[in-house]
Design a protein around this ligand. Structure first.
Ligand code: CAA
Ligand code: NAI
Length: 247
């Protein structure tokens, strides 16, 4: 069987790692996992290769903010797998502080990774998808990209921005058979939550009708659905996976 190829950024841990696992489990997809953290990336790739077979897993160390490296990286994936059917722009970072205390470098860093990184990876794959008249791009936004959040001006700007990119690309690329959607996770149990004070996390759970934090699998299932044929008529959509939280 000619398996499809999914590329996921920030694939070394958290939601990216869980997403990679969900696609590999189906046995219908090969996965390229991209991450800036070399050590974490290769240990994740080793574990996935042991579980699902080395032939279906391609790790690549890349910083999504570095355009030339991103382009080279996508060329490497195409050489290895011959096709890219889905790109998940999942890599993301936080540098939280109240707006009056936010450092310029923290603003610039978060914008570079969460927004420019998404643009860089999309630009690297879109020509290939246009040639094939087929493809799916999934951008990771956040509940913070829908409602805002105290302490996250930089992050909120990027996650609202990612929704703007999603809707714009859905309009531009639909004629080429490319679907573009976003997933907006709620607070989900990964290392990203380590900086969040206990009090704030408890408040978030309290505001969530399902009364728990998200699990990485909850988001991985949404990624998988949006990439699948079951979502063939869905584009420009933002799928909230957040237990119903209303901030
Ligand atoms: N929502 C509601 N209230 C919040 C809040 C939030 N996100 N963050 C802080 N507060 C409250 C605090 O509880 C505190 O309340 P009290 O004065 O009643 O005690 C008040 O705001 C001031 O907070 P701090 O004393 O902590 O102020 P600080 O300047 O020392 O720190 C901060 C500010 C860095 C923003 C810190 O409070 C913090 O890290 N807050 C959490 C921010 C957050 O939610 N980040 C999410 C990261 S995970 C993620 O981003 C993934 C995703 O997409 C959801
Ligand atoms: P995480 O911090 O656990 O993992 C992020 C991964 O991205 C790490 O492996 C990191 O090395 C990688 N990364 C960071 N900068 C990179 C760069 N410049 N180039 C390549 N890789 C880079 O975070 P988590 O929780 O898995 O988040 C994944 C995505 O989901 C992010 O976009 C995040 O904003 C979003 N999200 C997370 C939520 C949560 O509560 N965990 C909630 C809503 C959205």
């Amino acid at each position: 069987m000619n398996k499809k190829t999914m590329v996921i950024t920030g694939g070394a841990r958290g939601l990216g790692r869980s997403g990679a696992e969900r696609f590999l489990e189906s046995r219908e997809w090969r996965v390229a996992i991209l991450d800036v953290n070399e050590q974490l990336l290769f240990s994740a790739a080793d574990e996935l290769a042991k579980k699902f077979g080395a032939g279906d897993v391609y790790p690549a160390v890349v910083d999504v903010t570095a355009r030339q490296s991103v382009e080279k990286c996508f060329q490497g994936i195409l050489q290895r797998f011959g096709r890219i059917d889905c790109l998940i722009n999942n890599a993301g970072v936080t540098r939280d502080s109240m707006v009056h205390k936010m450092k310029e470098e923290d603003w610039d860093f978060v914008i570079a990774v969460n927004l420019k990184g998404v643009f860089n990876c999309a630009q690297a794959v879109i020509p290939h998808m246009k040639d094939r008249k087929s493809g799916s791009i999934i951008n990771t936004s956040s509940v913070v990209g829908l409602y805002g959040n105290m302490g996250q001006s930089n992050y909120a700007a990027t996650k609202f921005g990612v929704i703007g990119l999603t809707k714009t690309w859905a309009r531009e690329l639909g004629r080429d058979g490319i679907r573009v959607n976003a997933v907006a996770p709620g607070f989900t149990m990964t290392e990203m939550l380590q900086t969040v004070p206990e009090k704030v996390l408890a408040m978030m759970v309290d505001k969530t009708p399902l009364k728990r934090l998200g699990r990485p699998e909850d988001i991985a299932n949404a990624y998988y659905f949006l990439a699948s044929e079951q979502a063939a008529y869905i584009t420009g959509n933002v799928l909230s996976v957040d237990g119903g939280i209303v901030l």
